[in-house]
Design a protein around this ligand. Structure first.
Ligand SMILES: [Zn+2]
Length: 231
């Protein structure tokens, strides 16, 4: 299993999810496996996803009606929780999971979250607990919102102590800037495989993930070598 801040091509992301072709944003327990959200906070993103508290909290926007369910732009319509057949949409599935968690009748749904950096470039943001959901009026219509909180312990087994010490999320703009500056290559060997966003100075030693100068691209090998040195 990959760790947080791992950079993936679209193909690698799908491979990491058991070869499932990931197109839509929301996947409730695909084939009985862990749920998945794809997110984007880019300016032209179709949904208003937000990252808060240094990446430990995500507020994910639900999905619009399918084009064949409505006779005009889906952005003009309330986001549906059910299909005309009465079966739940993805909004309906996740909303129910959040509500049953909140009333104490189920454990929190775990959602693995990937974020788009550029077209074809994704990053694994980590595993999150779905802790709340609500309908919100966006000025025009009702949209679903899902609140997710980072689960540290799920990732413990695949994080080194060094990674843990700075496991805060790097903001999307910083990621995009670093990826461009380092030309999508490990800064030490030029490899384009198994890349990672790496903090030059660990978070615990005061390195902030808010500045591109403190973040660089490293391949898996150099990322590991670096954490061995620091321990
Ligand atoms: Zn390298």
């Amino acid at each position: 299993m990959i760790s947080r801040n791992t950079i993936l091509s679209h193909h690698e992301m799908c491979q990491n999810e058991y070869g499932r072709m990931l197109q839509a944003g929301m996947h409730f327990r695909p084939n009985g496996r862990t749920s998945i959200f794809l997110m984007s906070v880019r300016k032209n993103a179709p949904y208003k996803d937000q990252i808060e508290d240094g990446g430990r909290v995500l507020v994910y926007e639900g999905h619009d009606a399918a084009r064949n369910m409505v006779d005009a732009d889906p952005k003009e319509f309330d986001q549906p929780s059910a299909l005309p057949s009465g079966k739940p949409t993805q909004n309906g599935h996740f909303n129910r999971a959040a509500q049953t968690f909140m009333n104490g009748s189920s454990a929190a749904e775990i959602v693995r979250v990937y974020q788009k950096v550029f077209d074809g470039v994704w990053v694994f943001n980590g595993s999150f607990k779905l802790v709340d959901s609500w309908l919100e009026h966006d000025g025009k219509r009702n949209v679903y919102k899902f609140r997710l909180e980072l689960v540290d312990d799920l990732d413990l087994h695949d994080l080194t102590a060094n990674e843990l010490s700075h496991s805060r999320l790097i903001p999307a703009l910083v990621k995009a800037e670093v990826y461009k500056r380092d030309k999508g290559c490990c800064v030490l060997c030029g490899s384009k495989d198994n890349l990672h966003f790496d903090h030059n100075l660990p978070f615990s030693k005061g390195g902030t993930s808010l500045l591109a100068e403190n973040v660089q691209l490293l391949c898996a090998r150099h990322n590991l070598q670096k954490s061995d040195k620091i321990e």
